[in-house]
Design a protein around this ligand. Sequence first.
Ligand code: SF4
Ligand code: SF4
Length: 232
Amino acid sequence: MPTPDFNELYRQFDSPVTALDCGQECAPYNPTRKPFCCDICTAVPAVYHKEWTYLRKNTDLWKPWLGSECPDSAGDLEKLTAQTPGHMRLVECLGPQACQRGFRSMSCRQFPFFPYITSDDCFIGLAYNWDFEPYCWVISNLDRVTRTFREEFVEVYDRLLYEIPHDYESYADLSDEMRAEFTRQGRQIAILHRDGSDYWLDPQSETLQKITADQFGKFGPYCISGPQAGSA
Ligand code: SF4
Ligand code: SF4
């Protein structure tokens, strides 16, 4: 199995998710005025152990997450560490004012997406982390995700899921968890497919219904009106 080369992976996966700076869209809704995914009290980044080795050698941007920064989440260290896959570790950066774009972690670059893996083991495209529906502007504006970002994402994860088999297993588990949760909620899953089109995926049958991305749901402060798209 080749060792992932993070210098090369970072160069290969460097395009922003949307053409505009999406941090400007979500930060006004966060009391800290930081983009939600860059606020350590909302999202704790995880890096691969080999990525940590690369980052430590090349930048002072990152340090281990100690879980003591946010008074409301004291005690979360143990819980979040237990939930973190064994091939990764939790870290924190210097914050959005001191971000070094070239040394953003893979988890920064992919946010809010993860590679969706079907129950019969196919990486078919991008799904999003549903916990962030009320916070992340991108999730409510999937039609704004650029072709370039989507293509880079698929290319990089085709490689990583092969080079880090534990990653494949943990994303297969996350996809399974999403199917169970969306079945419980009676909702369809939004898929930005690797074929370039957009689909609702039925979480029980895993059948795909082609739609246009502007038909996907809107959430939280980004919700315009009416019932959420994708409800059964
Ligand atoms: S990815 Fe989502 S949470 Fe992160 S800056 Fe963009 S809109 Fe905000
Ligand atoms: S490294 Fe940059 S993009 Fe990543 S969490 Fe920190 S501020 Fe946000």
